[in-house]
Design a binder for this molecule. Structure first.
Ligand code: ATR
Length: 254
């Protein structure tokens, strides 16, 4: 997807995965400082990488997680494009969120970015997580409403927007983060998982006649925003979508 965007913009360069076990993170960042225009950061480094950066965008600081680093004259600057990328994916799909009741399932790095973005955009954000303490910490840090297990059913039923940020359903079309039949009465259901393209949660929501959105648009939007930070050039979203869809189709081949 990034290499397709580079080609479309007439820019040289490549994008590749640099497998980095946690003990090697510091050394990897030294290499990046020397040799790279920028990188994306993913599991499990999105939070721990903050300690090694020279500068943070205000959003990355507030969220406490970085998914994009720009190397500017050997200085490492951390950004979070998951947050605006998620909002752009809702806008593109015509899913409303301003003044709406949003319920975020999960309390990891992705949940932090999404909850922050929704709150900034004027949604009323509540969080439910399997491990209550993690949800409590997130709610305290960002000023969100905490949903405990006994109140989950009611919170799901009454929300306008339900977002799954947990890994339940990832590469598993049979698992859902919610019990069967536990769905919003009328709200939209978003799953940030993109493999499979339709998760169990989305399928159940579709059967109940609810609008749904999978994770591919967020993936593409956060990537396009990262591309723009690295290159200063607008990303060709259509080309990025095509490349991401083609790669996903390959990955889904039996
Ligand atoms: P990310 O940065 O992608 O958000 P993460 O920080 O590992 O990844 O967070 C994963 C989220 O999925 C957490 O909210 C986790 O819940 P816990 O805090 O209780 O671990 C949630 N999760 C993972 N497996 C789960 C499962 N089987 N049931 C419910 N929630 C699960």
């Amino acid at each position: 997807m990034q290499e397709a965007a580079l080609r479309a913009a007439g820019l040289e360069g490549s994008y590749r995965a640099l497998e980095t076990p946690p003990p090697f993170l510091r050394a990897r960042l030294q290499e990046i400082r020397r040799d790279y225009a920028g990188v994306n950061v993913t599991i499990p480094h999105k939070e721990s990488v903050l300690a090694y950066l020279d500068e943070l965008s205000p959003e990355a600081r507030a969220i406490g997680a970085v998914n994009t680093i720009v190397c500017d004259r050997q200085r490492l600057i951390g950004y979070n494009t998951d947050a605006p990328g998620f909002i752009s994916s809702l806008d593109e799909a015509g899913i409303p969120y301003r003044n709406k009741k949003a319920l975020v399932l999960g309390a990891g790095g992705a949940a932090r970015a999404i909850a922050y973005a929704l709150k900034e955009e004027g949604a009323h954000v509540a969080v439910y997580n399997r491990t209550l303490e993690r949800a409590q910490a997130l709610c305290k840090a960002l000023g969100l409403h905490l949903v405990s297990a006994p109140l989950l059913d009611a919170a799901v039923h009454s929300c306008d927007l339900l977002i799954n940020t947990t890994s339940v359903g990832l590469q598993d079309p049979l698992s859902s983060p919610l019990p069967e039949g536990c769905l919003p009465r009328a709200g939209a259901v978003v799953d940030i998982i993109y493999n499979p393209p339709v998760t169990r949660l989305m399928l159940e929501a579709q059967r109940a006649g609810l609008p749904t959105l999978g994770g591919l648009p967020m993936l593409v939007w956060q990537g396009a925003l990262a591309f723009e930070l690295w290159t200063g050039v607008k990303a060709d979203l259509r080309v990025m979508y095509q490349a991401a869809q083609a790669r996903l189709a390959e990955a889904l081949q039996p």
